[in-house]
Design a protein around this ligand. Structure first.
Ligand code: SF4
Ligand code: SF4
Length: 273
């Protein structure tokens, strides 16, 4: 089963006033042009400082280059309660509709006939109904989110430099630069992005960047009752994440794509992609 069938993300925008021929729509109409032409009419590229006003505010004393953030996930600990998805929606004002998620949970049901059934009703935010008793070999849950890839295709395809990687290894979207072209949504092999129905810009997990630069963990990590999510700094050997990675056999999703994901799964079942 292809996970795109159950990915909760939607890319359909809500209506926008027809008369509004703003910069965003103008650029969208230009997209069939070669990217070199588009670059000439656009206003900036990553690192040129032009988007600095909409990048996360600097926190006194915080040195981004000293960190490289990532997340660990332990599917064996996840009970599919959905608290992480709910906390994420609240923390980040994610639209309440059940098809917009920055993080979601999938349930894998391995059946005795060898088939695997994958479901994620409403992103798992309300938990999961019981599985039928017979014919089930085992079940487990796999929380998913943006992998904050070290080699992110979403960044590579963005024609206006709105998607970028921070010095501390977090992939973000500069909302003031995003033109809503959806290139990044299509390029992400993990279904981690969606188009916000109101702002018409690309959205996804930020690792709760506004929290982590203050020394807090992402909201999903904070509320998880079983510590199935572990957040940390790869540059600190003593961080909970570094310990987690030393203590488990680690896999990433779709390693053959060479995106270098930074969400690390412990003892991941081969059925999860
Ligand atoms: Fe980009 Fe998708 Fe990787 Fe996140 S998971 S960094 S959105 S390619
Ligand atoms: Fe799994 Fe923790 Fe999320 Fe509950 S809060 S679904 S246990 S990761």
């Amino acid at each position: 089963m292809n996970e795109s069938e159950f990915s909760p993300q939607s890319t359909e925008p809500a209506g926008k006033p027809e008369a509004e021929l703003d910069r965003r729509r103008f650029l969208q109409r230009c997209l069939p042009l070669p990217l070199t032409v588009l670059t000439l009419i656009e206003v900036g590229q990553p690192g040129d400082g032009k988007g600095a006003e909409s990048k996360p505010a600097e926190v006194p004393g915080y040195k981004a280059a000293d960190h490289n953030y990532a997340m660990g996930v332990d599917p064996a600990s996840c009970i599919g309660c959905g608290r992480c998805a709910e906390a994420c929606k609240t923390e980040n004002n994610v639209p309440r509709e059940p098809f917009y998620f920055r993080t979601w949970i999938e349930r894998y049901v391995i059946q005795t006939d060898g088939t695997t059934v994958v479901t994620s009703p409403d992103g798992g935010i309300n938990g999961f109904p019981p599985t039928r008793e017979s014919g089930v070999l085992r079940t487990f849950f796999a929380p998913k989110l943006c992998n904050h890839c070290a080699s992110p295709p979403c960044v590579q395809v963005c024609p206006v430099g709105a998607t970028f990687t921070t010095q501390d290894g977090v992939v973000l979207v500069d909302q003031s630069y995003c033109i809503g072209c959806r290139y990044c949504i299509q390029a992400c092999p993990y279904g981690a992005r969606f188009l916000h129905p109101v702002t018409h810009t690309a959205e996804k997990c930020t690792f709760c960047y506004h929290r982590i630069v203050k020394g807090l963990v992402p909201a999903c990590v904070e509320v998880c009752p079983t510590q199935a999510r572990i957040f940390g700094d790869l540059k600190q050997r003593s961080s909970p994440l570094s310990r987690f990675m030393r203590q488990h056999e680690i896999q990433v999703l779709k390693p053959h794509l060479n995106t270098e994901p930074k969400v690390y799964y412990a003892n991941l079942d081969g059925e999860v992609r």
